[in-house]
Write a protein that binds this ligand. Structure first.
Ligand SMILES: C[S@@+](CC[C@H](N)C(=O)[O-])C[C@H]1O[C@@H](n2cnc3c(N)ncnc32)[C@H](O)[C@@H]1O
Length: 432
């Protein structure tokens, strides 16, 4: 495990300043905002994405006020470099040095032919759920919204040109599904994953979202039931790709480009509009969408429809097994739809809690053991994550050896208000 104190330098060559001005570097008064129809289109796009939009976003003002820096990030003794275009305000708030990323496991994948999807990433060995597939720094990072009035083609040409020749070649070899823009911009738009650079500037939420292109992870195709998930860690400026269910040797490794709990038609519209392809994943190849759509919508609403755990503990009108059955049903739907990428683990946690509240020692131990095994396999991103995992492991060990130390132990037995005889007979039994 690398030490948390080893660090990487942010700049490998002098940064260039890019200002949203014409000519470059002129003062704010000379800046020309893009034409009104462009501003209106960007404003509409931004305000349609809840996580992105500040209350009164105005792209013309954004262009007038932003300045950018272009530089290369290097990572300790790793020869890899990332070419970044960053808003100067964001860049100032990033750490001066990055923590060393976890070592990437060797020989987990290869890039190969994925048929009509083009190239894809394939497992070269069996991997259990939770296994780390890959740790990777991005090749390029750009803000999601670039408020420059110089052509993007010039910006991308300079940014790509900052990479060492081999990385540059690999980047230029990535897929490009966009015919509506310059080739380099097409590569970014086809391959970028949306990352958040955690900048504590609540007045400008639009500034934190960035596009990051990776030489390997960007080869992952989309699936509506993906077998892998990725997490971004700003502290190490790296992406962690891990299995969400067991992956077999030779199986394609897939991620989700869009929310998979929406019905098939909506997923297809989004994928088409944003990425320009029609999904050819195994889930979309199934002839009938209705049952799958219903299952996905039910999973999307599961947690908001569920009464709080504490309410079930005191509610004598629902049978003891009611809440456990709801979670077991959710786990069944998750397996059916291949949606382990949703927080399937939360259901296992919840079932362990239910058995704790029912003071059922055997079942509480069985389900808590499942939680413990899963956590032991899981990849924890960042120093804080690993520390939290260490503390949680201690807590599980305590609960397993002494179930009564579980904080909600026997709550349902202690606090449940018994059903008044004859009142609302059978209520809750038909819920599952
Ligand atoms: C990020 S790239 C993935 C790697 C790419 N297949 C390659 O050859 O490098 C995204 C592109 O892959 C293709 N793709 C990804 N997932 C797909 C899917 N589920 N169905 C069809 N095409 C897909 C589309 O052409 C999409 O624009």
């Amino acid at each position: 495990m690398p030490s948390a104190t080893s660090s990487s330098s942010k700049v490998s060559s002098p940064p260039a300043a890019w200002r949203s001005s014409s000519p470059p570097r002129a003062g704010p008064s000379t800046r020309t905002p893009p034409p009104q129809h462009v501003c209106a289109a960007v404003n509409a796009q931004v305000t349609s994405i809840p996580g992105l939009a500040p209350p009164h976003f105005d792209f013309a003002e954004h262009v007038r006020s932003r300045s950018y820096t272009m530089q290369n990030f290097v990572f300790g003794d790793d020869p890899f470099e990332t070419a970044v275009l960053l808003d100067e305000g964001v860049e100032r708030l990033l750490p001066d040095t990055f923590q060393r990323a976890c070592a990437s496991p060797s020989c987990t994948f290869e890039i190969g032919d994925a048929g009509e999807k083009g190239r894809g990433m394939f497992a070269v060995k069996d991997m259990p759920a939770g296994a780390l597939v890959l740790v990777e720094h991005p090749a390029v990072v750009v803000p999601y919204l670039i408020g420059l009035d110089v052509p993007l083609r010039d910006v991308y040409a300079e940014l790509f040109g900052r990479l060492p020749p081999e990385a540059h070649r690999a980047l230029m070899g990535l897929a490009n599904s966009r015919e509506d823009c310059d080739h380099r911009e097409g590569i970014v738009r086809t391959n970028a994953l949306g990352i958040q650079l955690d900048v504590p500037d609540v007045a400008h939420p639009e500034l934190t979202t960035h596009r990051a292109v990776f030489l390997n992870t960007s080869r992952c195709n989309h699936s509506c039931g993906p077998n892998a998930r990725w997490e971004w860690d700003t502290a190490s400026f790296a992406l962690y790709l891990s299995a969400v269910r067991p992956i077999q040797q030779g199986e394609e490794i897939t991620i989700a480009y869009t929310a998979c709990t929406r019905p098939r038609g909506e997923r297809h519209s989004t994928l088409h509009a944003q990425y320009g392809f029609t999904c050819a994943c195994t889930y979309c190849a199934l002839p009938c969408a209705a049952a799958s759509d219903a299952a996905r919508v039910a999973l999307a609403r599961f947690w908001s429809d569920l009464p709080p755990f504490e309410a079930w503990c005191v509610d004598g009108r629902t049978p003891d097994e009611w809440l456990v059955k709801r979670h077991l049903e959710a786990l069944r739907l998750i397996k059916q739809e291949g949606l382990q990428v949703l927080d399937a683990e939360r259901h296992v946690d919840a079932i362990a809690m239910c058995y704790g509240a029912l003071a059922d020692v055997e079942m509480f131990r069985a389900w808590t053991e499942r939680v413990r095994e899963r956590e032991a396999r899981r990849v924890w991103v960042g120093v804080e994550g690993r520390e939290r995992a260490r503390r949680r492991a201690l807590v599980f060990a305590k609960w397993l050896s002494n179930p009564a130390s579980f904080p909600a132990w026997g709550w349902r037995r202690t606090f449940c208000v018994s059903k008044v005889e004859g009142e609302e007979e059978g209520k809750g039994e038909d819920v599952v």
